[in-house]
Write a protein that binds this ligand. Structure first.
Ligand code: ADP
Ligand code: GLC
Length: 490
């Protein structure tokens, strides 16, 4: 099975969230299952070319691609994904990708990813490499299935190429004005109210992906069901219901070569399920760094997150006084909306011995928080999969989560499980999206923490679980086969 994996983020090159972790680890598992995989990524200026050994691919040479009536000169760079033999192709177009962030609010945001999608197809042509499946990810690559089926349908190379569209987050849809039809050279006839690319009068890249891909998946079972409802479908629920037979949920795996407390290269102290001593040393190290006095009997609650409403920061803000009244310490790492950044900055100024805040992106600190914290908070309004709670389980850091999407599929509430006679609870969860419900579950966790033997049981229940990619990659392979069978022409 030949797979082109098209993504706008990939560890170790460029990351804003979980998509990068997925793109950096799923392809290697697919290779183990016998797939031939090539990864495609924009060459952002923030990618360190020397560190990652990017080389200009002279065989592909210059590709002229017309976007919004202007011909752009595109080149391709190449590298190998670390510790694998997988070729990564970087689409180079300085006009669009040399900006200081990956995703922008610039007026040509649509053009940036139209160019990327077309450049991927043209690179495949130059390589004369016909994938069985193109695995597109999120709205940025949503037009690609349409391009393959329409704009490039003249090319016999793609006669047997199917597409899988993976939805990592339906909340971001790529909605742009009708001018996209001209910029991307999409047939006018495809745009009409209720049509395959129209959403509220705009062109929706996400809807195009859903409409034209042969198979669609999202990153957990629960989320695959949730997005069929108005509460979670973000306006695309009806479109998804129409394609329900082709919509699947596959839980993300994690890369335990990177996220494992026994070997994590970012940790000063390692620890195992049999010997937790290193965990407390990490906690001390982390708290000292923030000038907070460590105490074995006071739980440390960690947060590593994009600070946006999706992640539940609005209900956190609602319950802030109650949360701060709990006998707990907090380390918060993240960036996002100004109002949330401001809230946590203020909090650490007001309560310096209790709250430590780092506003920004810091990979090393994110590992240290996973290891040093006793609990990890993710009160998401919605969560397609969520990776941090899965990392937390492996690090013996009890997740406290809202029961939605991938959080519901990975975290088992201790009390609820106990109530039904199971002793396999590994964290805490709540249903209602409210500050009160959030506060109550954090309070519950803080109380259970006092019972060291129970706490240890919760930790080991989590650490024993295995969310490595092997099983999920097999499911992707099944979907690729289905996409090939399902392949339809326009
Ligand atoms: P999402 O993709 O919605 O942001 P996930 O839980 O799937 O959520 O993945 C988030 C990833 O990004 C995790 O690997 C997490 O550690 C990382 N991350 C998020 N914010 C930061 C930050 N401020 N600094 C370092 N890593 C971060
Ligand atoms: C998105 C989702 C997150 C998921 C990640 C990787 O960013 O918000 O829940 O884990 O994609 O699939």
């Amino acid at each position: 099975m030949k797979v082109a994996f098209v993504t706008t983020e990939c560890v170790p090159y460029a990351k804003t969230g979980g998509l990068a972790d997925v793109a950096g680890s799923l392809p290697a598992e697919l290779v183990k299952l016998g797939c031939e995989v090539k990864i495609f990524l924009p060459k952002y200026s923030l990618i360190d070319e020397n560190r990652h050994g990017l080389k200009h691919n002279w065989d592909i040479s210059e590709m002229p691609i017309r976007i919004n009536g202007v011909i752009r000169s595109v080149h391709v760079y190449q590298s190998k994904l670390p510790n694998t033999d997988i070729n990564v192709y970087f689409v180079d177009c300085p006009h669009y990708f040399y900006r200081h962030i990956i995703y922008t609010n610039d007026p040509d945001e649509d053009e940036r990813f139209i160019l990327f999608s077309k450049a991927v197809i043209e690179t495949l042509q130059r390589l004369q490499w016909a994938p069985d499946v193109i695995n597109c990810n999120d709205w940025q690559t949503g037009l690609l299935p349409l391009f393959i089926k329409d704009n490039y349908s003249w090319d016999r190379l793609f006669d047997n190429t199917a597409t899988l569209f993976t939805i990592h987050n339906i909340g971001y849809q790529g909605l742009f004005s009708k001018s996209v039809l001209f910029s991307a050279e999409i047939r006018e006839g495809l745009f009409y109210p209720g049509g395959p690319i129209e959403q509220d009068g705009a062109v929706s890249f996400m809807k195009a992906g859903i409409s034209f891909a042969d198979i669609i998946n999202t990153v957990s079972n629960t989320y695959a069901h949730e997005i069929l409802t108005p509460e979670y479908g973000a306006g695309l629920e009806a479109t998804l219901v129409q394609r329900e037979a082709d919509l699947f949920g596959i839980l993300n795996g994690v890369d335990y070569n990177i996220w494992n407390p026994e070997t994590d290269k970012h940790l000063p102290y390692h620890y195992t399920i049999n010997d937790f001593s290193g965990k407390y040393l990490n906690k001390k190290y982390l708290l000292n760094h923030f000038g907070i006095k460590p105490d074995e009997n006071i739980p440390l609650i960690g947060i590593v997150s994009r600070m946006v409403v999706q992640k539940g920061f609005d209900i956190f803000a609602d319950a802030i006084n109650e949360m701060m009244s709990l006998d707990a310490q907090w380390i918060i790492l993240g960036s996002g909306e100004d109002r949330f950044e401001e809230l946590f900055r203020k909090l650490s100024n007001l309560l310096p011995g209790k709250v430590g805040t780092y506003i920004g992106y810091n990979n090393e600190l994110s590992h240290l928080i996973e290891a040093g914290a006793d609990m990890f908070l993710m009160p998401s309004r919605y969560e397609p999969c969520g990776l941090n709670q899965i990392y937390s389980l492996k690090y013996g850091t009890a997740p406290i989560v809202r029961k939605t999407g991938g959080l519901a599929d990975t975290v088992k509430d201790w009390d609820e499980q106990n109530h039904f006679g199971f002793k396999d609870g590994n964290g805490f969860s709540f249903y209602d999206y409210s500050g009160f419900a959030l506060y109550k579950s954090v309070e519950r966790a803080v109380n259970v923490f006092k019972h060291k033997d129970i706490w240890k049981k919760i930790q080991t229940n989590g650490m024993k679980l295995d969310f490595s990619w092997t099983r999920s990659a097999e499911k992707y392979l099944e979907l690729y086969k289905l996409a090939v069978e399902n392949r339809q022409r326009l």
